[in-house]
Design a protein around this ligand. Structure first.
Ligand code: ADP
Length: 499
């Protein structure tokens, strides 16, 4: 029996809804041509949440064609009209926010009240924010020679391919869809095969908001098939990707097929430096936010804590006590639970493997260090603190992507910076100090796309987000994020003949 295009779901908190399963192309949910499907597993239980149709190359071709056809008309739609549509879409999501919070929690393993709710709130805000930008995109007039006039037009690329990961199934979609559409592009977005449900459900609001068919296309599918087909497609003008550095490298190569523009937001191993003069309780609080939020599944997580030797022991003592007290682990529908399960069996095994590697390398386990079977039968791992970690350890060099943090000592600022910059990554970095000069000096010396002074992982849609080195290129959010979705066309006007 083939999968129906929509099926009823009753969520663990009693809410009921109809889950679409098709590919969202041309404002309709359609079956994949080959009929292949993907199973979406519940991270809290390891059981099946539901299935969706999986796009293959032929389906990607259909989606790209729909987008291209739509672009031929969409490019004449005014900025204020695009803004209206984006705003309307955000309002529709807001109307059903309780249900969407629950779907996101259920499918991705985020605790609903302490985690998923904030993602959905930001999803809505990002659409409203870029709705405001849609009619404010303008070029420049450039005149050097009085006989010549030149102006630039910031044109959309056309068809944008977007590939997103599973750690923020809705939010990463908002960061990509909203600026692309505001700038006048059309989109084919592929969700992660691990978390396809929430965005597919939300897709129907694009129709209700009044987006023309083909402007937004959302497809589920595997990376090596649908993702690769999108990244290499000859009629896709730009590809934007968030995910692992390894996959980012593959996508960069595939994108050379037609020299499409590429922006990449990749992995990280962000340091958090605690100087001797830091306010220790602030450092403790933010260090926990920086690694335990979202089960540690954040590319910019401050997963390496570097503490001055004079305050190291006190920091570790307070940090462990704080995490134990403030980061309750439990069911995603338990309103008090902060930390949920890892997203999948594969991630669960990977994180446990890294804890084991750390122990073998000589790290001490100051907290956690194992699975948490008491929290549920799904993929729960205890918040874990590894101390006595040397910068060369694999757990200090490689992205673990779980609630596992390493703690190392330093004795001088130079040494702290040297350790901070000693990985291939450069996404974020945090510095805790009460010395304002040192704070800015260290911010300048750290190789990263973002620095947090006396906080960690502050994220604000007005402020650019992105990395350097193997953490990627290009910026998302804010005006910088919008810029990556337009390209300047220079128009030269010869006015010399009239003189
Ligand atoms: P993870 O964060 O689990 O390591 P990946 O970076 O592999 O994830 O995946 C992030 C996104 O990239 C997902 O949507 C996935 O399907 C997609 N993807 C994975 N491999 C490829 C590929 N070879 N080409 C295009 N997309 C891919």
């Amino acid at each position: 029996m083939s999968l129906p295009l929509e099926y009823p779901v009753t969520l663990p908190n009693g809410l009921q809804y109809k889950q679409p399963s098709g590919l969202f192309i041309n404002n309709e949910f359609v079956k994949s041509q080959g009929g292949k499907t993907i199973d979406s597993i519940n991270p809290s239980t390891g059981e099946l949440n539901g299935s969706v149709y999986a796009a293959e190359k032929v389906d990607v071709d259909v989606a790209v064609k729909a987008a291209r056809t739509a672009f031929n008309k969409w490019k004449y739609v005014s900025g204020d009209k695009r803004g209206d549509l984006l705003y309307k879409f955000a309002q529709l999501v807001e109307r059903d926010v309780e249900l969407i919070n629950a779907i996101e929690a259920w499918d991705s393993g985020k605790t609903k009240e302490q985690n998923a709710r904030f993602d959905v709130a930001e999803f809505i805000s990002v659409f409203k924010y870029y709705a405001g930008w849609a009619d404010k995109i303008s070029g420049k007039v450039i005149q050097n020679n009085p006989k010549k006039l030149a102006y630039t037009v910031h044109e959309p690329f056309g068809v944008c391919g977007q590939i997103i990961p599973w750690n923020y199934p809705l939010l990463m979609a908002a960061w990509k869809l909203a600026p692309a559409l505001a700038a006048g592009n059309v989109v084919v977005l592929k969700t992660s095969e691990i978390t396809p449900l929430s965005l597919l459900f939300v897709s129907k609001y694009f129709v209700e908001a009044g987006f023309p068919p083909g402007v937004v296309n959302i497809i589920s599918g595997y990376g090596a098939t649908a993702g690769a087909a999108l990244a290499s497609h000859m009629d896709v003008d730009k590809i934007a990707f968030t995910g692992s550095t390894a996959t980012g490298k593959v996508i960069s190569q595939l994108a050379t097929s037609n020299m499409k523009a590429v922006t990449l937001e990749l992995g990280g191993k962000s340091p958090l430096i605690v100087r001797e003069d830091a306010e220790l309780d602030q450092a403790v609080k933010w260090a926990a936010v920086g690694i335990m939020s979202n089960q540690g599944q954040i590319c910019s997580a401050t997963s390496r804590i570097l503490v001055h030797e004079k305050v190291h022991d006190e920091f570790v003592k307070r940090f462990v006590a704080h995490v134990k007290e403030a980061y309750k682990q439990g069911d995603v529908f338990d309103d008090q639970a902060v930390v949920g399960p890892q997203v999948s069996q594969m991630q669960y095994e990977k994180v446990l493997k890294y804890i084991d590697i750390g122990k073998k390398e000589g790290a001490q386990v100051a907290l956690g260090g194992a699975a948490n079977k008491a929290a549920g039968k799904g993929f729960f791992i205890q918040p874990t603190v590894l101390t006595d970690v040397q910068k060369t350890f694999r757990v200090a060099q490689e992205e673990i992507f779980g609630p596992v943090v390493t703690v190392s000592k330093f004795s001088t600022d130079e040494e702290a910076l040297e350790i901070a910059n000693s990985t291939e990554y450069g996404l974020g970095a945090a510095v805790f100090t009460t010395n304002v000069v040192k704070a800015h000096q260290m911010a300048a010396e750290i190789q990263s796309g973002m620095v947090w002074i006396n906080s960690s992982n502050d994220s604000d849609m007005h402020v650019p987000f992105g990395g350097v080195k193997s953490s990627g290129n290009g910026r998302e959010l804010g005006e910088y994020g919008l810029e990556t979705y337009t390209q300047a066309k220079a128009v030269h006007v010869n006015i010399g003949t009239r003189l």
